[in-house]
Design a protein around this ligand. Structure first.
Ligand code: SAH
Ligand code: SF4
Length: 363
């Protein structure tokens, strides 16, 4: 019988097994799954389609022991601690406490028709990228698949009340998704399940700092999930200064794993680039990048795309964001070399909800 007492850690088979051990017929597990992932119920009380004894059994075995007395026991192991809203109201950042008191943040961004969630896979991060607030706080622990899933369900419930829904999920919050590979992929599978939450695989984007063995493994999954690589520098010297993991997996190795991914999956890969004034926004870096990305241009197709974003400020890094003009010049150099590039908008900066600004509530 599955051991986790967080029901969101279980896949559909494990829910079935659990209920079978309790002597329940199979259709009860479909009802439970439907309640969790379609109705978005999070207290056993709400599952009125289930017999009372089963609700009580679920309550005893799978609700969070930390729940406030006086409230119905909840399946949720994440407690929202604080919401911050941007001044235009379109970005909301929520700080959650996990059941052991560790903390993570997630962000909801409303674009015109999109409702994009940026979620975390770890509390803290072990990769130590110098310009990233999560990297600056160090690694605390991996999230379980259920803890990743719950961040999504939390916002999905809020949106549902407004007759709205999550349209896209980016794994670009706290942590390195490929350093917590199993749980991350399990969470995506659970949210992708057509009998449950049913968000299409192409609506997800995993962003990685460039863990080469995990990129190779991901390639073999033949997944429709989008892949983004945090590149930020076009030579090993600069990349190792900014992203220490580059010493382990230097650019040649990284880009050859990326090329293999595009060749095997025929899917485009995105490269992320936080523009830092005078450091990686120079024409020299732009030309080097353009040259390195030529390998993705084959047979008339270009299977790479560069997203540049002016650096977001963090407490322990003194580098500054590039100006708009520098960002535009960078983009022009890439485009003249046949590499597509988008300058992304900075969002939620004033509530520290921008890329690389998530930390465990110290800000
Ligand atoms: N660990 C993963 C995903 C989380 S970070 C990764 O590194 O890809 C999400 C994105 O924010 C990454 O592209 C990361 O490089 C970028 N980022 C980190 N700090 C930033 C900052 N201060 N300003 C802009 N982008 C930043
Ligand atoms: Fe970790 Fe990504 Fe931040 Fe680097 S940029 S420290 S990998 S969260």
């Amino acid at each position: 019988m599955p051991s986790s007492n967080n029901i969101y850690d279980l896949d559909q088979d494990e829910v079935l097994q659990t209920l079978q051990v309790w002597g329940q017929p199979a259709y009860r597990s479909s009802q439970l799954w439907d309640g969790l992932y379609r109705q978005l119920w999070d207290t056993p009380e709400e599952f009125t389609s289930l017999p009372k004894e089963l609700r009580q059994q679920l309550s005893a075995s799978h609700t969070c022991p930390r729940m406030d007395p006086g409230k119905f026991p909840s399946f949720s192991h994440l407690t929202p601690v604080r919401d911050l809203k941007s001044s235009d109201g379109e970005t909301i950042k929520t700080l959650f406490s996990l059941s052991d008191g560790k903390r993570v943040e997630a962000v909801l961004m409303r674009y015109s028709s999109r409702r994009t969630l940026c979620i975390s896979t770890q509390s803290g991060c072990a990769m130590g990228c110098v310009f990233c607030a999560t990297g600056q706080m160090g690694f605390l622990r991996n999230l379980s698949s259920g803890e990743i899933v719950e961040q999504v369900l939390y916002f999905a419930r809020q949106l549902k009340q407004q007759a709205d829904q999550v349209t896209n999920i980016v794994l670009m919050g706290m942590g390195e998704p490929f350093h917590n590979y199993e749980a991350t992929l399990a969470a995506i599978r659970r949210l992708n399940d057509p009998h449950g939450f049913n968000l299409g695989a192409r609506r997800f984007t995993i962003s990685t700092v460039g863990l080469v063995p995990a990129i190779r493994r991901f390639t073999t999954e033949h997944s429709q999930v989008n892949l983004a690589i945090s590149l930020h520098a076009a030579d090993d010297e600069l990349r190792s200064q900014l992203l220490p993991v580059n010493r382990k997996y230097p650019l040649d190795q990284l880009l050859s794993a990326c090329l293999e991914y595009t060749q095997i999956t025929r899917r485009r890969i995105s490269f992320e680039w936080a523009l830092i004034q005078g450091i990686n926004d120079t024409s020299e870096q732009a030309h080097k990048l353009a040259e390195r990305l030529q390998i993705f241009r084959t047979g008339g197709a270009n299977l790479s795309h560069v997203n540049v974003i002016p650096l977001n400020p963090t407490q322990r890094y003194t580098g500054k964001a590039s100006t708009r003009e520098r960002a535009v010049s960078f983009k022009i150099i890439l485009e003249q070399a046949g590499i597509s590039c988008t300058i992304r908008l900075r969002r939620g900066i004033e509530i520290q909800a921008g890329c690389g600004q998530l930390a465990s509530g110290s800000n």
